[in-house]
Design a protein around this ligand. Sequence first.
Ligand code: PNS
Length: 169
Amino acid sequence: MLKAVYPGSFDPVTNGHLDIIERCAGFVDELVVAVLDNPSKSSLFTADERVEHIKKETAHLPNVSVRSFHGLLVDFCRLEKARLVIRGLRAVTDFEYEFKMALANRKLDKDIETIFVSSSANYMFVSSSSIKEIAMFGGCVEDMVPENVKNCLYEKFKNREENIHGFNN
Ligand code: PNS
């Protein structure tokens, strides 16, 4: 049985992440989406909120589960008895960071392998950080995140000073 972990901050989950989840769920037996819960890293959404967003969008995929984790990814993988880590690659610029992380994880546990899945062309420019910035200034994030996440983003930023343009979407 092939079980894989797809880890990330997912703050928030994007349509690019969801595309990778759908595609990977098609070739592994079980996929655990692992949401990093790191209290020292500031995030817009709590870990529970991020887990809920992903659960909602993956409810139709019976072999996908969503959990939060803290500490080392390799420890989470051991706990889950998964030896495969999946990471998405959008562009060459992602490569150095991803390659270093894969090497660090292999150093920590040589039995855990990382594979990279290329992003679909539609989502090459989509990142959680750019989405937060666009939403913060009242820009349109349609087609970049699911409807529910879009509404949660606008809700978070509704009363913030940075929202200088208001929301028309
Ligand atoms: O979506 P992100 O922020 O690029 O995901 C990064 C993540 C969560 C995969 C990475 O930060 C991680 O695995 N953190 C857990 C701590 C860890 O295991 N560090 C050692 C590898 S560098």
